[in-house]
Design a protein around this ligand. Structure first.
Ligand code: BG6
Length: 484
């Protein structure tokens, strides 16, 4: 019989829990998607009673949830589920209190919203306090390590306590509705799938541009940089979903099997090709929408010493397999860019011969926008209606707007989907151990190459589109970045 769930959140007073986890759970509850008997055990170090925790939680939810859905009745129901337990994660004795709060009639899900350096001690203490019963699941937040060796350590530690089938590694990009739609678009539409390879596609662009800076996370971010923070996980997942072969079924195993083949087929970027394949940037002071923005090195928390951590990275990658031979994948991501945009652009080849003398040969493009304005645009060529000019061709756009074409009032946050799937025991939108490790292997080679070859960070103005070099990365190949 399916047991009711105890959702145990480690790091319940942290930024992620406040901004993402509790709002996601609240939204699920407000849509009646949380079973009545699910309990939420919020764990953090700060001494507090459940009442005091709930007062803070209420304030924080009011900031982050959809105000139109808020009601005191819903809040009362949600608050009823929550219990706060003050625990020092490295103190074994404190876990006895947690053990008393759990019940053998229920199945625990442990959510580690903490730095990975705490995973080992938390697992050990959970084990010693006999908290690991009833096939417990564990949810791991990124980063899983900072290179291949440390990610293996993290994975091995967790594997001593939980089998892989019960480990849910979050990459919140996989929970975004539009990212899931990418699979549907590719594998439920014959005409798209039939044109999805190097015979039709000239190149692929993936842009994840953010307007935010590092949001007070200097000490974390400066050790990490944009390649580790965004490319190793989110962009890598997008590359996999764009490039993978159709999985046999939609099970987690089949999807992971196909994704891992893509990561393995990524051509290494090493000292022989790093100079022409990678651009690194760091934002300097600038302006956006009338607001003055600090440079990276002046952000709160920055040290005295100059930092060469990249806040922008652009990469030209190749996938060495049959389908994608010779098709460049241009990836770019940066903080403090002019606009927040996440989009994938599939750029088709030009026609072999243009029979319309009145128009240039305009290649098709398929633009998949993940955020904002989630949707798909197909850029096509069509005749402009005109009697005067018999045959004037122009680029026109077919648009599919996901929000307006669905019955949803709002696009749910990725964490809502991911929570539901963990609760239901569906791993297909979570990342497997091998994927994480292979992705680190590729990133490690690249980072080592830029270190030995001295690939410098180039400054770019906050509020701009990144360093000029990133334009050249693609323009030197006779192409240009898509501008929405
Ligand atoms: C996180 C990164 O994983 O993703 C952040 O650590 C980044 O640096 C964030 O800002 C971006 O997520 P989203 O959903 O806003 O694109």
């Amino acid at each position: 019989m399916v047991k009711p769930i105890d959702l145990v959140i480690f790091g319940a007073q942290g930024d992620l829990a406040g901004r993402k986890l509790f709002p996601a759970l609240w939204h699920l509850d407000s849509c009646d998607l949380l079973e009545d008997d699910i309990r939420i055990l919020a764990l953090a170090r700060e001494p507090a009673t459940t009442e005091a925790f709930l007062l803070d939680l209420r304030d924080s939810l009011l900031k982050y949830v959809d105000p139109e859905r808020w009601s005191e009745e819903l809040w009362a129901r949600f608050a009823q589920r929550c219990q706060y337990i003050a625990i020092d994660f490295s103190n074994a004795a404190d876990f006895e209190t947690l053990r008393e709060g759990l019940s053998e009639q229920r199945q625990p899900i442990f959510y580690f919203a903490t730095p990975p350096s705490l995973f080992e001690v938390i697992c050990t203490n959970l084990g010693n306090a006999q908290c690991l019963f009833n096939e417990p699941r564990v949810v791991l937040e990124k980063p899983i390590g900072r290179d291949l060796a440390s990610s293996r350590e993290v994975n091995e530690t967790v594997a001593r306590f939980f089998p892989e089938r019960n480990i849910y590694r979050i990459d919140h990009y996989l929970g975004k509705e539009t990212v899931q739609n990418l699979l549907v678009m590719r594998f439920a539409n014959r005409f798209i799938n039939a044109q999805w390879d190097s015979s039709c596609i000239d190149h692929v662009q993936i842009t994840v541009a953010e307007t935010v800076g590092i949001e007070g996370r200097w000490s974390y971010y400066d050790q990490v940089g944009q390649l580790r923070d965004m490319v190793q996980n989110h962009l890598m997942q997008l590359v996999c979903l764009v490039a993978m072969e159709p999985p046999n079924t939609m099970t987690a195993e089949d999807i992971r099997d196909e994704k891992i083949k893509i990561v393995r087929a990524l051509r290494a970027i090493d000292e022989s090709n790093v100079a022409e394949s990678v651009v690194r940037g760091q934002y300097t002071a600038g302006w956006r929408q009338g607001q003055e923005l600090l440079g990276y090195q002046d952000e709160p928390g920055a040290g005295e010493q100059a930092s060469d951590t990249e806040t922008f990275v652009a990469v030209k990658a190749y996938i060495d397999n049959w389908r994608w031979a010779g098709v460049p994948f241009y990836l770019r991501t940066g903080k403090r860019m002019s606009d927040k945009v996440t989009e994938i652009v599939i750029s088709y080849k030009s026609l072999p011969h243009n029979i319309f003398s009145a128009g240039e040969n305009i290649p098709n493009k398929l633009v998949i926008r993940l955020q904002p304005d989630e949707g798909i645009e197909m850029h096509m060529v069509s005749k402009l209606h005109s009697l005067k000019n018999r045959m004037t061709l122009a680029r026109q756009t077919l648009q599919l707007d996901f929000l307006n074409s669905s019955s949803m009032e709002r696009i749910p946050d990725a964490y809502e989907r991911l929570f539901l799937d963990v609760i239901r025991g569906d791993q297909s939108l979570f990342v497997g151990r091998e994927e994480v490790e292979e992705s680190w292997r590729w990133c490690d080679t690249l980072i080592e190459a830029w270190r030995t070859q001295g690939v410098e960070v180039k400054g770019y103005r906050a509020g701009s589109n990144g360093p000029t070099r990133a334009e050249l990365l693609i323009e030197n190949d006779g192409r240009s970045w898509h501008e929405s």
